[in-house]
Design a protein. Structure first.
Length: 264
């Protein structure tokens, strides 16, 4: 049991997410409980508007929970300052970078901000981390381009490279495959899988690509109205969880093939 505790990266206990106000809290989802371990790829799925982005922002420390606890490597997130949190979690959101006029190398190098001095000067260690991130994401040919010159798929790889340069044990991504074609959706998800297995990263991402995710991820979070489920794709399929994600008169889930099918 001690070794399991040692490798638990995210612990979520009785979490309620939403928006707090002086008059009344707006609850988006509640009773969220799960552990995310070292080397796991975890997909967060559910219908549009169910609260996936709210959960992502809460787990990343960008939004306070209404109640419950989040622990990062056994330390309560609420006790971590911004610099400590940045050394533990890197985040890729759906929003484009504030300035696309920077070069790819400069954008990736921004991942080293938690470690550089106040002038932002890169040390040899910083440069090594940036170059390693570029190599892993196969973005060498892009590094001197301006970000506005990139395709959506290229930009997504660059943003992932920035998180790798940040060198955190946990990576959280909100819809990393949105606006990508089928090839680039598969490429990005396979890259994330590679990072969990070869670098021991714990990666949690929200996605609409449930079909692709089923074949790659170790665990899934299924967020639905009034329900929360967590487990391996096989276990969730056997529990009948996937049959309830979409209206059953439109889309069906085949447990034997682990595939969704449009009904005639």
């Amino acid at each position: 049991m001690a070794s399991e505790t040692l490798h638990t990266r995210i612990t979520v206990q009785n979490l309620t997410i939403g928006y707090a106000s002086k008059k009344k809290d707006t609850i988006i989802a509640e009773n969220i409980i799960f552990n995310a371990n070292k080397g796991e790829l975890i997909a967060l799925v559910g219908p549009n508007g169910i609260g996936k982005s709210t959960l992502i922002r809460t787990l990343a420390g960008m939004q306070k929970p209404i109640s419950g606890r989040i622990k990062i490597s056994e330390v309560d997130m609420s006790t971590l300052d911004s610099l400590s949190l940045a050394s533990q979690i890197s985040v890729v959101l759906t929003e484009a970078p504030a300035s696309k006029n920077v070069t790819v190398y400069e954008l990736i190098a921004l991942g080293r901000q938690p470690y550089t001095n106040w002038l932002g000067i890169l040390s040899e260690t910083d440069k090594s981390a940036v170059n390693k991130a570029i190599a892993v994401t196969e973005t060498e040919a892009l590094q001197h381009k301006k970000c506005f010159e990139l395709s959506d798929g290229e930009l997504q790889r660059v943003l992932i490279a920035r998180t790798l340069a940040q060198d955190t044990p946990i990576i959280i991504l909100d819809e990393p495959t949105s606006h990508l074609d089928l090839y680039h959706r598969a490429y990005v998800l396979k890259l994330l899988k590679k990072l969990t297995k070869e670098a021991g990263k714990t990666i949690l991402f929200s996605t609409h690509e449930i079909g692709i995710a089923l074949s790659l991820v170790d665990q899934m979070i299924v967020l639905q109205k009034d329900s929360f489920d967590y487990g391996s794709p096989t276990a969730l399929a056997e529990q009948g969880v996937f049959q309830n994600i979409f209206p059953n008169n439109t889309i069906d889930f085949d447990v034997d093939t682990m595939q969704f099918r449009v009904k005639n």
